[in-house]
Design a protein around this ligand. Structure first.
Ligand code: SF4
Length: 463
């Protein structure tokens, strides 16, 4: 989970990248960076922290050039450290090249070991650097030929932006796990993780980059090139459930509409449950709760005040930080809750520790009963495609029965949305279009090549 944004042929390339990254901030809060093509010389500025902490007016002023790529990072592979902040920029026999990556290369360790054996020196511990070293070794006539040769060697999930003097290239893995969208702003092309970034930057949406497709933007023109045949699409369904902003269109459907529909689905599945009010854990839970309220006739109420300045708890790099921010960010509204039976909706239940705190807080403020409704099925298996879910041992649904989870979080009842309802609400009746591996634990149906990476990691976990 990271956010990437690139723009071509625009005199405000750095500033528009800033706007794009600021809009994608929810996808990663550890570091941010922008690289620009300043008359054939790549310059970049990366830093730890939020977009508005990393960039000042002066730093943006110094990032001259009409092409730019940018990145906000949440680490899945490689530690939270400045050396892993992206865009990564290298000078090699390819010349100057910068890369921004969203995803997880599942065979990166094996590829890296091979490259190091033959003398490659890595400047980061991130899996993203592997593609640059591969490209430097196994070259084609042009950068796009080079990438077309080397991208198929990668397993796992990726949306990449590459920049060399005069050229920006976007590429999406053959399964389409991670999103990449194309937009237009006057004569400029934009590539971004989410549609909201393109629209906030003033552009219009053109289309999604297809799985296995590469787009090459140079001299004001865009060419599409296929570097691998598209496999059965397995777009991450969690984009709809949690990651994407409600004003984005993800996996083919408006995120707001899909979440509203998921809430309605939950209400249908819980049609016999009586309560005084329904509420959501902000922010994503709110839309689910509105959909639930409309379908069930149970009134919606805001049960929490959210402090917006603490960050998203799921995407903080370690458990200690996660717990701290979870505690800081949600304050129950006592008057709304006291003496009431509350249906509380959250997007997912991962470790259960945050839900436990929230339920405890509601009870402390006088809630009569708390019925916890989860807007996705139980997460029983880790993600190996770019989302930092914990190991199997830390996933509560992998370890405990429904009743034991209910007792652990202290709720009076607990319900998960069924997988068929989730798939239906996400707008595509063909469930093979989505990756649902973390709900099923089945990876080989999801990605042949990536499952090799999974098999290795699963074996390591079993040890
Ligand atoms: S395993 Fe889960 S989180 Fe990972 S890509 Fe698949 S649906 Fe998304």
């Amino acid at each position: 989970m990271c956010g990437i944004f690139g723009i071509t042929d625009n005199k405000n390339a750095a500033r528009l990248s800033y706007v794009g990254l600021f809009t994608l901030q929810h996808r990663g809060q550890e570091s941010a960076g922008i690289a620009t093509d300043d008359h054939g010389r790549l310059v970049s500025h990366n830093g730890m922290g939020l977009v508005n902490e990393v960039f000042t007016n002066d730093t943006l002023e110094r990032l001259e050039g009409r092409n730019a790529i940018g990145h906000v990072r949440y680490s899945t592979t490689g530690s939270s450290h400045i050396k892993n902040a992206q865009p990564l920029a290298l000078t090699s026999c390819l010349g100057e090249v910068a890369v921004a990556h969203n995803g997880n290369i599942t065979n990166a360790d094996r590829l890296k070991a091979g490259l190091q054996k033959s003398g490659a020196i890595f400047q980061s511990s991130s899996d993203s650097e592997v593609i640059l070293h591969l490209a430097a070794r196994y070259r084609g006539r042009t950068l796009e030929d080079t990438l077309a040769k080397n991208l198929p060697k990668l397993s796992g999930a990726y949306a990449f932006l590459f920049m060399t003097p005069g050229k920006v290239i976007g590429a999406r893995d053959p399964y389409g796990y991670r999103p990449l969208v194309l937009g237009k702003l006057g004569r400029s092309y934009i590539l971004a993780s989410e549609t909201c970034a393109i629209e906030v930057a003033g552009g219009t949406i053109v289309r999604e980059i297809e799985p296995g497709e590469m787009v090459v933007i140079s001299g004001g023109k865009l060419r599409s090139k296929r570097f691998a045949p598209a496999k059965k699409r397995t777009r991450c369904v969690f984009e709809q459930v949690y990651f994407a902003r409600p004003d984005s269109v993800a996996v083919g459907r408006s995120v707001q509409t899909a979440r509203y529909e998921i809430g309605a689905m939950l209400a249908r599945e819980l049609k016999d449950v009586k309560a005084d009010l329904v509420s959501g854990v902000p922010d994503s839970g709110t839309v689910y709760a509105l959909g639930y309220a409309k379908e069930s006739g149970i009134p919606y109420q805001t049960a929490f005040m959210r402090n917006h300045y603490t960050g998203r708890s799921f995407i903080q790099p370690d458990q200690k930080l996660r717990e701290f921010t979870a505690h800081l960010k949600l304050a129950p509204i006592r008057d709304v809750i006291k003496g009431r039976t509350v249906i509380l909706i959250d997007d997912s239940l991962v470790r259960g520790t945050t839900s436990r705190k929230i339920v405890k807080n509601l009870k402390r403020c006088g809630a009569k009963k708390v019925i916890m409704a989860i807007a996705s099925p139980p997460i029983v298996s880790p993600c190996y495609f770019g989302i930092d879910t914990p190991t199997k041992g830390e996933l509560i649904a992998n370890q405990l029965s429904l009743e034991k989870i209910r007792r652990f979080i202290g709720a009076d009842a607990l319900h998960y949305l069924s997988l068929p309802s989730l798939i239906e609400a996400c707008g595509d009746h063909n469930d093979r279009d989505f990756c649902v591996s973390c709900f099923t634990g089945k990876y080989n149906a999801c990605a042949g090549a990536a499952s090799k990476g999974y098999a290795h990691q699963a074996a390591m976990e079993a040890l």
